[in-house]
Design a protein around this ligand. Structure first.
Ligand code: NAD
Length: 261
């Protein structure tokens, strides 16, 4: 438990399912008040709200597209009007489209970049302005990926967006450190969420992915939520501008295991 998080207010984008959902439920265990953003899955977001309220916490579900200014404004407004402020903003929403790079349309490229990268900028900007205007400290957690580091053929738009998020986070961490506003990335490896549902339903692809992970286990959304709650807490009060890899060792070059190479 992280006592300092009690009654703090968090916005989590893309919180109706997967990693964002696990973070919302984990934050609520700390008695944080949570704004759970969803894009289209209202039922998923409402289920999380109901579960949190049944356990004595508080949450609201808010529809918004994070790639729009109106969307992120609605999320901040929900935090302030329902819970009186904002302490932690988690830019988690994301998506991927697989296409060989020479065939990606401009429309598809722009869509992946605008949700995964511009959405992070817009969310961070909204939160930063709130904290600066109100002379408050704050905490931004951006969901990057091991693909901020590992190139990913046929997913160049996604890898580009995540690489951009890495340097964006490092830049704002430096820019706002004097105001005691922290910004960090979490870089998950292969996590069992809806984004991977099709791939992991195929036993061959599941085993292939598993073999790329030194710990030989696909991660659970809760593994990522445990990292997020620590970064949100005061126990990470001197941590800013870093990327916390939650990947079972995926970025350690598994092909070299057992002395190969
Ligand atoms: P997911 O598909 O389960 O969840 C993604 C969420 O983002 C969904 O709720 C979706 O509705 C939301 N979203 C998409 N576009 C949106 C928009 N325009 N506005 C608001 N919400 C939007 O996937 P996940 O695995 O939980 O992914 C969460 C984050 O973690 C993403 O940023 C993803 O890139 C990252 N990630 C996931 C993995 C993995 O293996 N699952 C690995 C590395 C990074």
């Amino acid at each position: 438990m992280f006592a300092d998080l009690n009654q703090k207010v968090a916005v989590i984008t893309g919180g109706s399912k997967g990693i964002g959902n696990a973070i919302a439920l984990r934050f609520a265990q700390e008695k944080m008040n949570v704004v759970i953003n969803y894009h289209s899955d209202e039922a998923g977001a409402q289920k999380a709200v109901d579960e949190i309220r049944q356990n004595g916490g508080d949450a609201v579900a808010v529809q918004a597209d994070v790639s729009t200014e109106a969307g992120v404004k609605a999320l901040l407004e929900a935090a302030v009007s329902n819970f009186g402020g904002l302490d932690v903003w988690v830019n988690n929403a994301g998506m991927e489209i697989q296409t060989p790079t020479h065939q990606i349309s401009l429309e598809e490229w722009n869509k992946v970049i605008s949700i995964n990268m511009t959405g992070v900028f817009l969310g961070a900007k909204e939160a930063l302005n709130y904290w600066l205007d109100n002379n408050k400290t704050g905490n931004i957690i951006n969901m990057s990926s091991v693909h901020q580091q590992i190139p990913w053929p046929t997913f160049s738009s996604y890898a580009t967006a995540k690489g951009g998020v890495k340097l964006f986070t490092e830049t704002i961490a430096m820019e706002y450190a004097p105001k005691n506003i922290r910004a960090n990335n979490i870089a998950p490896g292969a996590i069992n969420t809806p984004i991977n549902a099709k791939k992991f339903a195929d036993p061959k692809q599941y085993a292939e992915t598993q073999s790329m992970i030194p710990m030989q286990r696909i991660g659970d959304p809760e593994d990522v939520a445990d990292a997020a709650v620590w970064l949100a807490s005061d126990q990470a009060k001197y941590v800013t501008g870093t990327t916390l890899f939650v990947d079972g060792g995926m970025t350690l070059y598994a092909a070299f295991q057992d002395g190969k190479g």
